[in-house]
Design a protein. Structure first.
Length: 679
């Protein structure tokens, strides 16, 4: 166990570099002064290239594909506005992606404020320039901030633009956001119209990341599902599709059924449906002055079993973090079922909550609204306050009508949801188990998400760092046997803290209360509420440090928990290696290189994704690699009896109050670290 503990040594001051000497050098002019000359003004698209993460969330594979989504969203905006019906998406060798629509075409006439530049050049070289601010050119749109096209231009080594409008074709070429050719009229056209953008992502920004045909095809397919009136024609050079990848080289994507087609396709023919699919679309209530507020489309499957899920979109933009439109959707379902219960004189319906309803559905929700407000440029969450009431009003009447059309099916749905509500209430009201008292006394309401099974030897609790990781873990867990307790980052180091400080620490008190077995002299193993206590932290240095602090706590305050084999370390992967439809996970850099050689034989294109943390890991990946008992690897934390003295001394030297002991340990073992790096 002693080898699992570590704590960063205190920072060492460089020899001879004191605060006084630094001040002296600054005074002498050897260090650049902080004055007006130190203030940089970034112009044009330079801020995008300096800080791409501010605009597309990073420079990894996900951010790379965000470029494709930005350009495709602009084409979709033309389709949703009724000006385009067809979009062509083509991937060629060299990561060249071409997206073409048959819409109106970006204006090419001189811009009123910049008469020496075309509107096209202004749009592609100026942040916050576009036709979607006033609402005059687009009633609803996904591109809202005027940065999408210009950001793609800035982060592309080359962008070629062709505009067909007014019976003429215009062309201009850019490199890294800078026009390298003037806007030229290259010929007449009779029937062609629209915008064609071809771009190659800049390897200076994205390194070795490349477009994935599978990912791009799925993006096109999802967009086609989201708007019934559009046809997306997909094509990909055959050489880019790896062996085992079933992505087609050509496809025509058009789905007249919209979200209903999408949900049916995902669920498959053998889905355990409680009722027939409820799907439709409707206009949102108009504004007070009669202005059109947009529309909503939905598809809902009520399931007898299986995994519940809700996917939402706004103006064809995915909103994985939900938002106000999802709030309206939930309210419509809950209030509709409660009202139906009242009509059927079922008093139990009043206890129904959103948790009871959403736990039974697989659903898709898409809204088209004017001037939506998102949380951040990546638009993962809708925050428009009016969307909640608009969606609730539009859906509520349709849901009431759907329930009334078939009373037996409505009664079956109501009964099923009430059963879930009663189960939830039973868990809350149990009086004969310590589980309830521990949860009730929890001073951080909602932090502990408990499991439903009562026998301690059949359950386990995961200790995770932060609410973000806790959210992913809650989605990935088995609700029956796995509990989740998020902790706020690095806990108190009990090896260097006083007894008074330890007893006053709320985070550790909450942890002890959740476990139910007490600590120190009051420790009682028979009252332990979970068979396994699993520390699950990020697969990086910070995660290892948090795990070390937690192990120190258990070793010092609940040692019998370790001696009786109840403490474990989860082993989340750091990388996902993907080739075609096959994915392999790697624990660290060395494991990644080994698996590239052994699992893929070093052949073919391998997409390498690095998980930034448990909160960034998709719940499906977290479940499959780290939480599913049939697939995961756990390390049991042990303290061997014959080595108890050595372990205690090692804990004290690495985690105790004397930094000089840690410094001596580092000096003694520094060479072994170098030897490891040389392996």
């Amino acid at each position: 166990m002693s080898d699992l503990f570590s704590e960063p040594p205190p920072p060492r001051k460089p020899a001879g570099k004191t605060a006084a000497s630094s001040a002296a050098r600054t005074e002498a002019g050897n260090t650049q002064a902080y004055d007006a000359s130190a203030i940089e003004v970034l112009e044009g698209l330079e801020p995008v290239r300096r800080r791409p993460g501010m605009y597309i969330g990073g420079t990894d594979e996900t951010a790379l594909h965000h470029l494709a989504a930005e350009v495709l969203d602009n084409a979709m905006d033309e389709a949703v506005a009724g000006h385009a019906s067809t979009i062509d998406v083509s991937l060629e060798p060299g990561d060249k992606l071409t997206i073409r629509d048959n819409g109106r075409g970006i204006p090419v006439d001189p811009h009123p404020r910049f008469p020496d530049r075309s509107a096209l050049e202004v749009i592609l070289t100026t942040l916050h320039a576009g036709g979607k601010f006033s609402g005059k050119a687009y009633a609803t749109s996904g591109g809202l901030h005027g940065v999408g096209s210009s950001v793609v231009n800035a982060l592309s080594s080359r962008m070629e633009v062709e505009i067909a409008r007014d019976r003429a074709v215009w062309q201009q070429v850019y490199e890294r956001g800078i026009p390298v050719t003037p806007l030229e009229k290259i010929g007449p056209t009779q029937n062609r119209r629209g915008t064609q953008i071809s771009f190659v992502p800049d390897t200076q920004i994205f390194g070795t990341h490349h477009f994935s045909p599978s990912r791009l095809y799925k993006l096109c397919r999802s967009k086609a599902f989201l708007f019934r009136g559009v046809t997306i024609r997909w094509s990909c050079d055959p050489s880019l599709i790896k062996s085992g990848d079933d992505t087609p080289t050509e496809a025509v994507l058009h789905f007249p059924g919209g979200l209903a087609d999408s949900l049916t396709d995902e669920l498959g023919p053998n889905a355990p449906l409680l009722t027939p699919l409820w799907a439709g679309d409707a206009a949102l209530p108009p504004a007070a002055d009669g202005t059109d507020n947009g529309r909503v489309e939905w598809a809902v499957a009520f399931l007898e079993s299986g995994t519940a899920a809700l996917a939402s979109y706004c103006n064809t933009i995915p909103t994985p973090q939900g938002g106000t439109h999802e709030t309206g959707f939930r309210n419509a379902l809950v209030k509709g079922l409660r009202t139906w219960g009242d009509q059927r004189s079922n008093k139990k319906a009043s206890a129904i909550t959103a948790e009871d309803v959403l736990g039974t559905i697989a659903a898709k929700l898409s809204v088209f609204i004017r001037d939506p407000q998102f949380q951040g440029q990546t638009k993962e969450k809708l925050t428009s306050s009016e969307a909640s009431k608009l969606v609730e009003t539009a859906l509520r009447d349709r849901f009431d009508h759907w329930l009334a059309q078939n009373p037996p099916q409505a009664d079956a749905l109501l009964g099923f949801v009430i059963e879930r509500a009663e189960e939830r209430l039973r868990r809350r009201e149990q009086k004969d188990t310590p589980r309830k008292s521990a949860t009730r006394r929890m001073r951080l309401p909602g932090k502990l998400t408990d499991c439903t099974r009562e026998r301690a030897d059949e359950t386990e609790i995961f200790l995770v760092e932060g609410d973000s990781a806790g959210g992913s873990a809650k989605q990935a867990r088995n609700r029956e046997t796995q509990a989740i307790l998020p902790l706020r980052g690095k806990i108190l180091n009990v090896a260097s803290a006083t007894t008074e400080k330890l007893r006053a620490n709320q985070e550790l008190r909450d942890l002890i209360e959740a476990l139910g077995c007490g600590s120190g002299d009051r420790f009682d193993l028979s009252k332990l509420r979970y068979g396994r206590v699993i520390i699950m932290t990020d697969a990086d240095v910070d995660g290892a440090h948090i795990a070390s602090l937690l192990m120190t706590f258990f070793y010092r305050e609940l040692p019998d928990l370790i001696r009786n084999g109840h403490l474990y370390l989860a082993q989340p992967p750091l990388y996902r290696l993907t080739q075609g439809a096959r994915s392999v996970y790697a624990m660290d850099d060395a494991d990644r290189e080994r698996k590239i050689k052994t699992e893929f034989k070093g052949k073919g294109k391998i997409d390498v994704s690095r998980f930034k943390g448990l909160g960034e890991m998709p719940p499906a990946d977290l479940k499959n690699t780290t939480m599913d008992p049939s697939r995961r690897t756990l390390l049991r934390v042990v303290a061997l009896p014959e080595d108890r003295l050595t372990t205690r001394e090692r804990v004290e030297s690495l985690m105790g109050r004397k930094p000089e002991l840690r410094f001596a340990f580092i000096q003694e073992h520094a060479q072994s670290v170098g030897d490891l790096l040389d392996v």
